[in-house]
Write a protein that binds this ligand. Sequence first.
Ligand SMILES: [Zn+2]
Length: 304
Amino acid sequence: MTIWKRKLGLFVGLLSALVIFVPSITTFAKWQVLPGHRVQVISLIGTTKGASNLSIVGSGSASRTVIIVGGDTGVKKSQIHSIATLIKSVSSHILERSLGKLPTNQTEIFLYSQQSGYAGAVKKAFPSKEVSTVVRQTGGFTLGSKVYVPLYKYHDSAFLANTLTHELTHATLNEIGVGSKLPTWMNEGLAWYNGTAAEMTVDKRTALQMTRQLDTQLQQAQKLGELQSIHRDGGNVLEKNPPYNIEFQDYLGVKYLINTYGEDKVTRLLSVLKRDSFSKSFKSVFPISATQFTTSFTGTGRPS
Ligand SMILES: [Zn+2]
């Protein structure tokens, strides 16, 4: 999930099995991820009013296809094109590098031009008492291979690139089969790591501004004695409401591991994780146990 206003968030995990969601499709772009990590829009097809078979931008043998869907009639074809471009030029490279994988052809991205459409998607995925908070506070969420994005909240392609890459990270982790085995801090941390890298690519200044602000929040919480380690057990982050962004702290945890031990350790972990438990996999890849790391890492210094 992408936290809206960059403050709070929660990870939805693999609810996809429980969700049957068929939005009114207006247009969709068909994606092709070619060998060699290139993504191409192969066609943009309209199915309802105002839309038509538009263009064939590329061709070739598809190995991966990500579908982008207008979740309501207000989503313009040009917006679908922009999203396609962002994923093609930014997200795919970042995902490939950090996860060693790309989203599969099961992946679908649903876009909403209005709150009512997004709220409809949220209603089908979340318990009713959480719906209004999720609609207000989130910038997108992922269920299995399906990504939902409230496009009407975005006026900035850098932040949109962040969200798309963030949610596609969750989708890819689910598709690899490790999404539910990863603890929340690492699942969100990886999504943040990739999302932030995407934002940096599009607009470095804004991205740095964001991380500095979030960093200041952490430091203030530390001064007030309210900073916890990244170790936490489940619970609803939206309800806990700590004075800093927990997911940003998760991001710092993943960033620390990557900067200290190398990006290849993460892909190694994901591969081992397919057959082993998280704690066992973590221990086999890093020279520190997961518990030792999470209970001592706060984001403001080295873990002890
Ligand atoms: Zn997330």
